[in-house]
Write a protein that binds this ligand. Structure first.
Ligand SMILES: C[S@@+](CC[C@H](N)C(=O)[O-])C[C@H]1O[C@@H](n2cnc3c(N)ncnc32)[C@H](O)[C@@H]1O
Length: 373
């Protein structure tokens, strides 16, 4: 059995920083919550005396999906009154589960959508094993959901020698990442196929490369990953970080396109089809960067520095661990922290000096799947 290595290095910034700084990811989920409600309307009634089971795969601290999970719970309660509902949150072992449970129990500042305290007979579990494997018992899941998580691949097939992300890599590297992502996607689907009850549903909102080549932070302005690379490379060229530290900072991610997401459903010989999964719908969509939108709406009452200060934390919430973990372990924690602070300070200074084109627009592929009855 192989366990992906991504878990050793990927983590959202903890202690609540993730969902406080990631309004855009919450907007993505909130805007598409209708897909979750539709899925609930389509699932068959589970056997008598069986709890309804839903899961959020790659949930981080659970803050961004709280409203959507509440609406799913409401829809389930309306359809199947009196049933226990088991909500399982999954993520990697490195995730901040303490903050996840604080969010669910309503022990944080966010007091909205506290479905756990609002409704009776809700059970909440968490699983710290990656979603490339089966996580729940056979035929026990009624509805599975995932947002902005499945672009993480289980393992980097190679380091990227000229960039921090495969979007800027050469052809050979891109092909190796695409192959890893294809195997991972099949494993994700086979895991879910085993977990789903016949007639059960999945809704995924996955980062993607859309039909015109757009992806996170690369829509119509400056490419965010090129900026990360330029700044990290600059620290290398100044001698602040070593060759190895430059090389090790790359994201274990791949943005699949619609064809890549659809492939296992279209190939009649694929194990995913044999396992009973069918694609119901697939489309791409863009959600604007809320920090950029607030800056534009402020009609110059917000300074460029204020915009930069509001914007950088949303990048930092999910990217910091990649750069931090690339630094040599022989450096003291203070030295590492100072280098990372300098890196993001430079990004902030760049945006404050000229904010034109800086925005982290979200580009997603929205996918609904069912398991045959
Ligand atoms: C950008 S966050 C998204 C969190 C939340 N779903 C949202 O939409 O705001 C990505 C999450 O996926 C998790 N993740 C990455 N690889 C994973 C894997 N193999 N299995 C489970 N979770 C994973 C990360 O740890 C992180 O919490």
């Amino acid at each position: 059995m192989t366990i992906g290595k991504t878990g050793a290095t990927v983590a959202m910034k903890g202690a609540g920083y993730y969902s406080q700084s990631t309004r855009g990811a919450k907007d993505v989920i909130d805007n598409a919550t209708g897909m979750l409600v539709e899925a609930v309307a389509a699932i068959p009634e589970p056997p008598a005396n069986t709890p309804l089971q839903i899961a959020d795969f790659g949930a981080a601290d659970g803050g961004t999906s709280k409203k959507a999970i509440r609406e799913t719970v409401v829809a389930l309660r309306n359809r199947f009154p009196g049933r226990q509902i088991l909500v399982t949150y999954t993520d990697l072992p490195s995730n901040d589960y303490s903050n996840l449970f604080k969010n669910i129990l309503g022990l944080t500042e966010d007091q909205d959508n506290n479905y756990y305290t609002e409704f009776q007979d809700i059970l909440v579990h968490a699983c710290g094993i990656g979603f490339h494997r089966q996580l729940l018992p056979d035929a026990s899941l009624d509805f599975g959901f995932s947002a902005t998580a499945m672009h993480y691949i289980s393992e980097k097939p190679c380091e990227i020698n000229n960039h921090v992300h495969v979007v800027g890599a050469g052809v050979e590297t891109r092909v190796a990442y695409a192959a890893r992502a294809a195997t991972d996607w099949e494993n994700i689907l086979l895991g879910r196929a085993a977990e789903l009850r016949p007639g059960g549903r999945l809704v995924f909102m996955n980062f993607c490369k859309d039909e015109i080549g757009r992806y996170l932070g690369n829509t119509d302005g400056i490419n965010m990953f090129d900026t990360f690379n330029q700044l990290w490379r600059g620290m290398h060229d100044e001698g602040r970080i070593s060759d190895a530290e430059y090389l090790q900072a790359s994201f274990p991610q791949y943005y699949r396109n619609t064809e890549e997401f659809s492939a296992p459903f279209q190939d009649v010989t694929s194990p995913v089809r044999a396992a009973g999964l069918r694609l119901i719908s697939i489309h791409t969509g863009l959600v604007k960067c809320p920090y950029r939108a607030a800056f534009e709406d402020s009609s110059n009452s917000m300074t460029t520095r204020e915009f930069a200060v509001s914007y950088i934390p949303t990048l930092r919430s999910w990217s910091e661990t990649v750069f931090l973990n690339a630094l040599d372990p022989s450096r003291s924690p203070e030295e590492r922290e100072a280098l990372i602070d300098l890196f993001y300070q430079r990004y902030e200074d760049l945006v404050a000096a000229n904010p034109n084109g800086h925005a982290m627009d979200y580009v997603h592929c929205y996918i609904a799947i069912e398991k045959e009855l």
